[in-house]
Design a protein around this ligand. Structure first.
Ligand code: DLL
Length: 432
């Protein structure tokens, strides 16, 4: 089943032609109407007329998360404020978050993209889908909600947390599909077991669209065997709208709809383009966004591109499962965390020495992040109450900036390792 057969099965040469035309008009518009993009193109000495073929995309400048942060909140927007109908917010690398804006057409194109994805894994009319991604500033909940409604499914906007209640609703409402992070589904499996529920037998759950964090084929096997669901990978990032692209029923790569985005893979060190099958950093140009278009956005996820047609008949390029990042971003329970955010927060607290260590582990199915913080000599004391108060203060500061509960462990002065070269401040003990 296809949602938009004409586009999804468009011959590759026609699709490339369409991409070229969209790119050309995007570049023309941005050069003429966006000060930000005009200046960036001028810096690179590139003009709209230099784009004479799809491969000329490499002449255009790259965008980075830092561009969004430096132009916070709306300097990169290209639509008048009153035509922006929605904001979402994601984490930036230091204190400043990343703001993304959408016009009504942007929401429409995002929804269409997800309608194609959900249809491609066989979710549609007749399904009851539990959306257990966060609703609110995160793009997962509302994005999938709109997509699922579009394909005619009945939506249960469960959000995150209250797992026991979610399981009861899953049973009572005959939920057939779920959208959440892979680790949350595994956690649900553990909680179900503890409640005496066998997801295979006691629920109608048969499909899961899982993403927002890295996972592996081993995790897929585990989920499918333990819970009796078919598990599909769904991918996206706030800067390109949110969740957008997924595997189809073949489970052989994530389809990136060619009319909506151009995919490139580059060498993270040199920025040089890499060919199909070569692993490198993912770069996306989003062709249809109005409020906040994106040219050559360096997502920093590592993957490779498959250009050949999929066995499902869809012709769009596919990317392989994300296999790490070229920067230090951590994803904890679906939430992006940069070590620099932790550092930024701690540096504003005079009681610390500036030495810290982030330890990430998986307890049961859930990620647990602990920040070990070294306390300064003058502050360190054996009065338990004082230390507890300090710990609470650090926790709440970290929560304020990172939007996630983090365990804090206070360390005595001088106890954390010092580094002569590049500091190693993250120990990630999770196994995927
Ligand atoms: O995580 C959007 C999303 C929501 C995707 C729901 C899928 C489902 P951000 O919070 O901006 O957006 O985080 C984007 O998360 O660059 C990847 O590093 C990681 N990520 C997202 N999906 C996957 C996936 C949403 N399927 C960042 N596999 C991305 C591995 C993923 N990593």
């Amino acid at each position: 089943m296809y949602w938009n057969e004409t586009i999804e099965k468009m011959p590759i040469s026609e699709l490339k032609d369409l991409q070229y035309k969209s790119l050309k008009s995007l570049v023309n518009n941005l050069y003429s109407f966006s000060t930000f993009y005009h200046d960036r193109m001028k810096e690179m000495n590139v003009r709209p007329n230099d784009i004479q073929s799809l491969s000329d995309i490499t002449k255009l400048p790259f965008m980075n998360k830092s561009d969004l942060r430096d132009n916070y909140p709306t300097k990169m927007f290209t639509s008048p404020k009153k035509s922006v109908v929605r904001y979402h917010v994601s984490s930036g690398t230091t204190g400043k978050p990343t703001l993304v804006g959408y016009t009504a057409n942007d929401i429409e194109f995002w929804t269409e993209s997800l309608a194609r994805s959900l249809t491609s894994v066989g979710i549609g009319d007749g399904d009851v889908i539990q959306i257990s991604y966060g609703y609110g500033l995160f793009t997962g909940g509302l994005g999938l909600h709109y997509g699922a409604e579009r394909v005619g499914a009945t939506v249960l906007p469960a959000g995150t947390g209250s797992t026991e209640r979610q399981l009861e609703l899953m049973i009572d409402l005959d939920v057939t599909a779920i959208a959440c992070t892979p680790s949350y589904l595994m956690h649900m499996g553990d909680v179900a077991k503890a409640m005496g529920i066998d997801i295979r037998k006691d629920t109608q759950l048969r499909k899961a669209v899982l993403g927002a964090e890295p996972w592996s084929d081993n995790m897929r096997k585990y989920i499918e065997n333990e819970l009796g669901v078919q598990a599909y990978d769904i991918y996206g990032t706030s800067e390109i709208s949110g969740p957008m692209f997924s595997e189809c029923s073949e489970k052989d790569g994530i389809h990136v709809w060619g009319d909506t985005a151009i995919v490139e893979i580059i060498d993270p060190e040199t920025g040089e383009s890499l060919g199909p099958g070569e692993k490198g950093e993912l770069v996306m140009t989003v062709l249809k966004k109005e409020a906040m278009p994106m040219i050559r956005y360096r997502i920093k996820d590592l993957t490779s591109v498959m250009e050949e047609e999929c066995a499902c008949g869809r012709t769009s390029p596919r990317i392989r499962r994300i296999d790490g990042r070229s920067d230090d971003m951590l994803i904890i329970r679906g939430i992006n965390v940069f070590p620099s955010q932790v550092e930024h927060t701690l540096m504003h607290m005079p009681e610390m020495t500036g030495q810290y260590m982030i330890v990430v582990d998986r307890v049961g199915a859930l990620d647990l992040m602990t920040v070990q913080v070294e306390v300064g000599q003058e502050t360190f004391s054996d009065k338990i109450d004082d230390m507890l108060r300090l710990k609470k203060k650090i926790s709440s500061e970290l929560k304020k900036y990172l939007n996630i509960g983090i365990d804090v462990e206070l360390m005595s002065p001088g106890s954390l390792p010092r580094f002569e070269g590049k500091a190693k401040r993250v120990i990630d003990r999770r196994k995927l």
